[in-house]
Ligand binder design. Sequence first.
Ligand SMILES: Nc1ccn([C@@H]2O[C@H](COP(=O)(O)O)[C@@H](O)[C@H]2O)c(=O)n1
Ligand code: CDI
Length: 158
Amino acid sequence: MMRIGQGFDVHAFGDGDHIMLGGVRVPHSQGVVAHSDGDVAIHALCDAIFGALALGDIGRHFPPSQERWRDAESRIFLRHAATLMREQGYAIGNVDITVICELPKVGPHAQAMRECIAEELSCEVDRVSVKATTTEKLGFTGRGEGIAAQACVLLVLA
Ligand SMILES: Nc1ccn([C@@H]2O[C@H](COP(=O)(O)O)[C@@H](O)[C@H]2O)c(=O)n1
Ligand SMILES: C[C@@]1(CO)OP(=O)(O)OP(=O)(O)OC[C@H]1O
C-alpha cells in the first residue's frame, strides 16, 4: 500500500541576513519571523509526511507554545517525521517541494537542499525534488513580504 501527503507553509520576512531553506543557510537581505528557524520547505514537507500518515500537523507535534522549540533547527522536525514514518513501516517513494518567493533565488541552493533532506529521510537524493517559482510580483510573495513552500510526498511500504 502507498500513502500520499501534501503540506503548505508560509513565513513573513523580518530582521536578519539569511533564511533556512531545506536545512541550508541561504544568504538574504532579510530573515523570517518564526518560532523555530522558520524553514518553510521543511515545515511543508513535515506536514506532507504527517498528512500521509494521518498524524495531524507540525503544530501538534511541535507546539509553538513550547519554549523548547524556540529557534529550533527544523531538521529535527523532519528527523522526527521520518522516524514516525519508519515506525509505521513506510519509506520515501518520492518528495516534491516547491518554494515560492521572488528572492532569494533558490536554484543555486537546490542541490544542497536535496542532499540535506535526503539525509534526514535516509533516502536517495534522486527521490527528492526541490523547485522554485516566483508569483510574478503578485500577492504577498510577489511584494517580497514573505516566503511560502508546498510539498508532496509519496510513502511506500518499506
Ligand atoms: N525564488 C526563486 C524563483 C524562481 N527561481 C527559478 O526561476 C525560474 C523562473 O521563475 P518564474 O517564477 O519566473 O517562472 C524558476 O523555474 C526557477 O528555476 C528560483 O531559482 N528561485
Ligand atoms: C515549527 C513550529 C514550532 O513550534 O513553529 P514555527 O517556526 O513558527 O513554524 P510554523 O510553520 O508556524 O509551524 C508551527 C510550529 O510547529
